[in-house]
Design a protein around this ligand. Structure first.
Ligand SMILES: C[S@@+](CC[C@H](N)C(=O)[O-])C[C@H]1O[C@@H](n2cnc3c(N)ncnc32)[C@H](O)[C@@H]1O
Length: 250
């Protein structure tokens, strides 16, 4: 199922108020880790899956990518991306990640920030990304961490005073949809195990260079001390991979 929750007016209004929606990459706690996985972007053709407001697209151009294509299912997200972008080197396309179809070798780098946990078939995404990348191309993405997506509640166990006792994990091995409440009711996210992320990538012909489960950066904590609890369990999983140049069946 393809859900377009970001075009739901209530959801969009709430998403638009988040610190990362107002402050961009510097307000995103996982951004320093994500940036550390990116290859040199000079002269590269970049694909951004689930580009949202286009923060990563504009960053790629500042890093001298020759062209960037941002793909997103939400017209509201793309409307703001277009309004905030004054750059002919960036193209925004309204398209589901499940449906994009570019000729072989169109891109050198594919990125995706916090969008792929909305997609049911990660295996199909990996195959399409691999097909659209040039040999040796990079695939860098972040998703909500499997320890975070395991339970639909996505919340702490609270003590009598509302204190956060621990982060519960259950149904970890049961992959599939989770009907969560985040910014609005019934937001569908897809839970996958860590093994699935890793093995699906390698099955699609990617070599994993680095896997990160970042803590909030000191800079972010200084602004948002409430994120201290993110030291207690990872919220994000980030993977940097490259298309294996030995294989030819990608
Ligand atoms: C959490 S936002 C992240 C936006 C941006 N990548 C960032 O990090 O600032 C998730 C984005 O993924 C998009 N999205 C969700 N499901 C999608 C799908 N199936 N196809 C394309 N885009 C999708 C949403 O519309 C939204 O813009």
């Amino acid at each position: 199922m393809k859900q377009n929750k970001y075009d739901d007016p209530e959801f969009f209004l709430n998403y638009d108020q988040l610190p990362r929606s107002q402050g961009g990459l510097d307000a995103a706690s996982e951004w320093p880790a994500f940036r550390s996985l990116l290859p040199d972007l000079v002269g590269k053709r970049v694909l951004d899956l689930g580009c949202g407001f286009g923060w990563h697209c504009r960053y790629a151009r500042r890093m001298q990518a020759v062209s960037v294509t941002g793909v997103d299912i939400s017209e509201r997200m793309l409307e703001r991306a277009r309004a905030d972008t004054d750059d002919d080197g960036i193209t925004y396309l309204r398209c589901a990640i499940e449906d994009f179809d570019f000729p072989a070798g169109t891109f050198d780098v594919a990125i995706s920030s916090l969008a792929l946990h909305y997609v049911e078939r990660f295996d199909q995404v990996c195959r399409r990304v691999s097909g659209s990348l040039s040999a040796g191309g990079a695939f860098v993405f972040s998703v909500e961490h499997p320890l975070y997506t395991a339970r639909a509640e996505q919340d702490w166990c609270l003590g009598p005073q509302g204190e956060r006792l621990h982060w519960p994990v259950d149904d970890y091995q049961q992959e599939g949809p989770r009907h969560t409440s985040w910014l609005a009711a019934d937001v569908v996210k897809y839970h996958r195990t860590m093994a699935s992320y890793v093995n699906t990538l390698t099955d699609a012909g990617f070599r994993i260079a680095r896997l990160l489960e970042p803590e909030p950066s000191p800079e972010i904590l200084a602004v948002n001390p409430g994120w201290l609890d993110d030291y207690r369990r990872p919220m994000f999983l980030l993977i940097g991979a490259t298309k294996d140049i030995v294989r030819t069946d990608g």
